[in-house]
Write a protein that binds this ligand. Structure first.
Ligand SMILES: [Zn+2]
Length: 154
């Protein structure tokens, strides 16, 4: 939908220094780089992994199952590191998850496609978007928007 003009493998950081990868979900545009992280644990909800492996037309299965890719299936909420949680956010997909970063104040959310664009926050909320609102985040990063979404404050 919005391809990067410079592939991740050609950007100015060392892929080998990345210890953990999180897939919010396994649509092709979110897992096509997984092959770059062969041997690095990739955290994904078990539900998402099961759907990607079993449902036709869900994704590009060869990208999900690229050689050397090692998934760590997660069942529900999971504390990845202190202050860094994986939180299920079903809606866009059944196994969708988001990353919640504690900041000491209101959390920051890396939301993947919990909303594909800002307007989705004005539509009837999915379970995932309800969870976003319940967390009262400072801001929410979405994959397909270039600026973070900030909830209106009263
Ligand atoms: Zn998606």
């Amino acid at each position: 939908m919005d391809p990067r003009l410079r592939p991740l493998s050609e950007q100015d950081f060392d892929l080998a220094c990345i210890d953990i990868v999180v897939n919010t979900h396994l649509h092709a545009d979110h897992c096509g780089g997984n092959h770059l992280f062969a041997g690095t644990p990739i955290y994904v909800q078990r539900r998402e992994l099961d759907d990607a492996r079993s449902e036709d037309g869900y994704t590009i299965r060869g990208w999900v199952e690229a050689p050397g890719v090692e998934y760590v299936p997660v069942d529900g909420e999971y504390e990845l590191l202190p202050g860094l949680r994986l939180v299920p956010a079903p809606g866009h997909t059944r196994g969708m998850q988001m990353v919640v970063v504690e900041t000491g104040g209101r959390p920051v959310i890396v939301g993947g496609d919990v909303a594909v664009w800002f307007g989705e926050f004005d539509e009837p909320p999915t379970e995932g978007r309800q969870r976003v609102l319940a967390l009262d985040p400072e801001l929410v990063w979405l994959t397909h928007e270039h600026e973070p979404w900030r909830p209106r404050t009263a």
